[in-house]
Write a protein of this length. Structure first.
Ligand SMILES: Cc1cc2nc3c(=O)[nH]c(=O)nc-3n(C[C@H](O)[C@H](O)[C@H](O)COP(=O)(O)OP(=O)(O)OC[C@H]3O[C@@H](n4cnc5c(N)ncnc54)[C@H](O)[C@@H]3O)c2cc1C
Length: 287
């Protein structure tokens, strides 16, 4: 492993100052489950690693009915997975966190790290986007908030500046009668990255689809929403026929590639199958 300078700054301002001093040769680290693997495999070779884990008050999880769920940069996958509140109100997100790696990984890995790594197959991104989540960034010019669906620009790329830290994830409260689902498909059941991920958040009113957000992971350079399928379902009774048609529109929107994990054709077929399953489950949960 290449040698690097290692810092544990006590405040966010110290972390940002260290990043600025490193002139683009530093990386922030939270759980290190992505970063350390990338350093070992020579994918990233920072001269400086800035571990933010010692910065206090970044590992909270709060909820109220008006502002919704808020959690910090150091809140782990495991904390999200086992939270009864997240399981009840954000079932897709709880499921996505549960799907990540192993329990050891989930005890170290943060959701913020999953977001900042910006892998197209990252498990928590589709559910967070389906839930309408936003991220709060802190940098030299203060704070700014960005909707997660506008955060990713390509594999490993985001709109975040190098000297910004993601400090908080905020997820709006779910309207009544909302069903949330995340389905991950991989080659194995555990310790596997997604071949396809499908997240749905669907709200019913008198059996009619009042609002739906459908998001795919691992089938495009970034997680993608499927506006055509969402618009098709909105205002309709979600019958089996409507689900089939929405799944077809979703399959047409996906832009899968072939790689070591799957062929593009298989991914495309799985989008069709899993979208139907996710929509059916979401309708059941919403009713
Ligand atoms: C064995 C194994 C299995 C895995 N399985 C899965 C899986 O099934 N699904 C999945 O989605 N992922 C998986 N991962 C990837 C990884 O665990 C997740 O992406 C994890 O959530 C990353 O969080 P972290 O805190 O460890 O991030 P780190 O490794 O510390 O950081 C990741 C990236 O984000 C940046 N960063 C971290 N926090 C911040 C912040 N607050 N502000 C700015 N930048 C920040 C770092 O600079 C780095 O670029 C796996 C990893 C391993 C090693």
């Amino acid at each position: 492993m290449k040698r690097f300078d290692y810092f544990e700054p006590p405040t966010l301002d110290d972390a940002i100052e260290l990043m600025q001093q490193a002139n683009g040769r530093a990386s922030f680290m939270a759980g290190g489950t992505d970063l350390l693997v990338e350093i070992k495999e020579h994918i990233r070779l920072p001269d400086t690693v800035i571990n933010i884990k010692k910065i206090p008050n970044l590992d909270y999880l709060t909820y109220d009915d008006v502002t919704g769920l808020k959690f910090g940069a150091l809140t782990t996958m495991r904390a999200i997975e086992i939270s009864m509140l997240v399981q009840e109100k954000y079932a897709g997100l709880a499921q996505a966190a549960r799907e990540v790696g192993s329990i050891q990984i989930r005890n170290r890995a943060t959701v913020a790290g999953n977001i900042c790594r910006a892998s197209p197959s990252a498990d928590t991104l589709p559910s967070l986007i389906a839930d309408g989540a936003a991220v709060k960034l802190y940098g030299p010019n203060g704070e700014r908030t960005i909707l997660m669906e506008a955060f990713f620009t390509g594999p490993g790329k985001t709109v975040m500046a190098e000297d910004e830290v993601l400090i908080e994830i905020a997820v709006p409260p779910p309207p009544p009668h909302t069903g949330k689902v995340y389905i991950k498909h991989g080659r194995r059941l555990a310790m596997e990255l997604a071949t396809v991920g499908v997240a749905v958040a669907l709200t019913l009113e008198d059996n009619i689809c009042k609002q739906v957000r459908l998001v795919l992971g691992a089938v495009a350079p970034t997680p993608i929403r499927v506006p055509k399928a969402e618009a098709f379902l909105q205002g309709k009774i979600v019958t089996d026929e409507a689900i089939l048609a929405a799944a077809k529109l979703t399959q047409e929107t996906a832009r899968p590639i072939s790689d070591v994990r799957s062929s593009a054709a298989y991914r495309s077929e799985m989008v069709y199958v899993l979208t139907q399953r996710a929509l059916k489950n979401a309708v059941e949960r919403a009713s």
